[in-house]
Ligand binder design. Structure first.
Ligand code: NAP
Length: 110
């Protein structure tokens, strides 16, 4: 399961979901870790799960919450040894108190 693992933040809809679908469709050996705050409410992720169940890992993650980052990192790390590519499409803007990509890089093996 460790070939070409792409983690996408903000994969529930929009650009992130489109990237997840494209990678799964065009790269047979790819694994996508798709995260957003409410993955269970994403009809797009549900459709991908039905089609690519063995290559799609979904995980609840709010990139603005330290607690959520730590929890998601632990759960993802228990299933995935190495992430090849991290795509941040979470649909939030930076301000002085939010630096999600710096936080998650400290927990995952990138
Ligand atoms: N669409 C475009 O044409 C375009 C063009 C250039 C740049 N961008 C940029 O690309 C990014 C994504 O755009 P989009 O149009 O795909 O947005 P979108 O359709 O609103 O999708 C945003 C995704 O991010 C997730 N999300 C929102 N807040 C989050 C959080 N705190 N933690 C984790 N996930 C979160 C949402 O799911 P949940 O609500 O379940 O968390 C959703 O899956 C934005 O930063 C946008 O500025 C978009």
């Amino acid at each position: 399961m460790e070939n070409n693992v792409t983690m996408i933040q903000g994969a529930g809809q929009g650009v992130g979901l489109a990237l997840a679908a494209h990678i799964l469709e065009h790269q047979d050996n790819s694994v996508v870790v798709a995260t957003c705050r409410e993955p269970d409410k994403s009809s797009g992720l549900e459709k991908l799960q039905q089609k690519y169940a063995s290559r799609l890992v979904t995980q609840k993650l709010d990139v603005s919450s330290e607690k959520s980052i730590v929890s998601a990192s632990e759960k993802i790390s228990s299933q995935i040894e190495h992430i090849s590519l991290l795509i941040n499409s979470s649909g939030i803007l930076h301000d002085d108190s939010i630096y999600p990509e710096k936080k998650i890089s400290g927990y995952l093996s990138l």
